[in-house]
Design a protein around this ligand. Structure first.
Ligand SMILES: Cc1cc2nc3c(=O)[nH]c(=O)nc-3n(C[C@H](O)[C@H](O)[C@H](O)COP(=O)(O)OP(=O)(O)OC[C@H]3O[C@@H](n4cnc5c(N)ncnc54)[C@H](O)[C@@H]3O)c2cc1C
Length: 443
């Protein structure tokens, strides 16, 4: 059995951690995660934990702890930013009965910490933190250079399987597509996001704001070219706010710049036409703590696989956050890699068998992840409409929803879309495809 292949994972984000954990659970014994950051401090922000993500985390044995620190969303309310008038309301209570897991929201640190703890329990997984990867070479025995972030000599590593889970800025993607004569750089989406966390103490003297943090509601306020989405996390002690607006503050910024320290004045101006309650909420952000993120995406890649190397997560399907599925999809990638690369399925360990398995991973994952990237963009376009015919049509759909039936323009909350997203078991799909394609586990 091929359980001692040298597997290198670049990046300890959600995709890299999930892939390493899935491979260890599948029986691999020699997995190394190379992470540029010297420690695993994760971005302070909230994250939606959709049922398709929860199902996989449960398989990994990580869900209980993450769930215990999360908040269940009972419903979502989509509102007009300028007036706070409710346009649409969706009761999410049915999600647990239908998909086995409720729709929850949590802290990124809790999700990443849960995955990390899972990895740390596996003796098969070694972390190499503070290790910057560059100069990736492909083929049957991929190799790369490791440069210690805190100084010291660089060294070369060869492996049998390389997984590039190095995020939207992925060096692995750029190198892979470069070698194939394709374009690998991510492109601007034209949108940027503020990510804000307010404490209960900050909100408690304002009854309207206190009601928000005490709710079980994911609230989205929409307006022309922008929106705000917010929900309580951390046992309702933190209100997580994430926005999307034109990326004008990045004008003239170098292409490589992803975050900028924004001015509070500029943030309040962007949301100047939103209602007074939202102004009071944004005004609670301390001066100097406004950080804006540029949202970059990529057109569908021609391939995710080259020889014994595959891309994972945002490295191959970076998305706008409007479907709240980026991390969920990265985790699905990891889970599917655990199926197709199970030692018993690639028993001879030959490069051609590994490539065949990686191609099956791509077949299961690429159409689904790319459809969700497109859905997120489409949902953003619907929410960001300005005055005109298209907005009138959209508002008729909202009116029908309020009257009791119909589609939800905010697509993540639409029952039919949810059935495509939450109702698919990618592990079962991958197992079925392996059987069909003769990648059968040899016991
Ligand atoms: C505003 C916003 C809100 C979002 N909300 C949600 C949500 O509610 N639900 C959801 O599911 N998703 C959400 N997402 C998406 C989600 O955050 C990402 O899709 C997910 O984190 C991607 O994980 P990843 O592991 O692919 O990449 P990353 O998390 O970016 O991890 C990549 C890792 O690789 C490391 N790395 C990079 N280059 C190198 C190198 N050369 N050498 C070594 N290491 C390297 C990085 O340091 C990093 O740790 C949101 C995104 C944004 C921007």
């Amino acid at each position: 059995m091929a359980d001692n292949l040298r597997i290198a994972v670049v990046g300890a984000g959600m995709g890299g951690l999930a892939a390493a954990l899935a491979l260890a659970k599948a029986g691999h014994k020699n997995i190394t995660i190379y992470e540029h950051a010297p420690n695993l401090g994760f971005v302070g922000a909230g994250i939606q934990l959709a049922p398709n993500m929860a199902r996989i985390l449960n398989n990994f044995g990580c869900w209980e702890k993450i769930r215990s620190e999360a908040v269940q969303c009972a419903n979502t309310s989509i509102r007009e930013g300028s007036t706070d008038k409710e346009l649409g309301y969706v009761d999410l209570g049915y999600v647990k009965d239908k998909y086995g897991y409720p729709h929850m929201v949590g802290h990124r640190a809790s999700l990443a910490g849960g995955l990390c703890e899972g990895c740390e329990k596996e003796s098969a997984i070694t972390f190499k933190l503070g290790s910057q990867i560059s100069d990736v070479k492909f083929g049957s025995k991929p190799s790369f250079t490791v440069t210690p972030s805190r100084g010291g000599d660089s060294y070369n590593v060869e492996c049998d399987i390389l997984l590039g889970a190095d995020g939207v800025k992925s060096n692995t993607r750029v190198a892979m597509l470069g070698e194939l004569g394709l374009q690998g750089q991510a492109r601007d989406s034209g949108q940027a996001a503020y990510r804000i966390m307010l404490t209960r103490e900050q909100m408690q003297n304002d009854p309207e704001l206190l009601k928000l943090i005490e709710s079980d509601t994911v609230t989205r306020w929409i307006g022309e070219k922008k929106h705000i989405i917010a929900y309580p996390i951390h046992n309702k002690t933190i209100y997580n706010i994430s926005t999307a607006q034109p990326d004008v503050n990045f004008a003239g910024a170098p292409d490589a710049q992803y975050t900028t320290r924004g001015s509070k004045k500029a943030m309040l101006e962007v949301y100047g036409d939103f209602c007074p309650m939202i102004h009071r909420m944004l005004d609670l952000v301390p001066e100097g703590e406004v950080v804006e993120w540029k949202l970059r995406v990529h057109d569908p890649l021609e391939t995710w696989v080259h020889g014994s190397t595959a891309l994972v997560g945002d490295a191959c399907h970076p998305t706008l956050p409007h479907m709240a599925q980026g991390a969920a999809q990265a985790i699905e990638d990891g889970a599917v890699l655990g199926v197709v690369l199970a030692p018993a399925r690639i028993a001879d360990g030959k490069p051609e068998t590994i490539e065949k398995a990686l191609k099956l991973y791509e077949r299961v994952r690429k159409p689904r992840a790319e459809a969700l990237v497109e859905l997120a963009a489409e949902s953003g376009r619907a929410m960001h409409l300005g005055a005109g015919k298209a907005k009138e049509e959209r508002d008729k759909v909202f009116a029908a929803l309020k009257a009791g039936s119909g589609k939800v323009p905010d697509k993540w909350a639409d029952a039919d879309v949810q059935s495509q997203v939450y109702g698919v078991d990618v592990i079962a799909d991958a197992e079925k495809l392996c059987e069909e394609e003769g990648l059968v586990a040899k016991l």
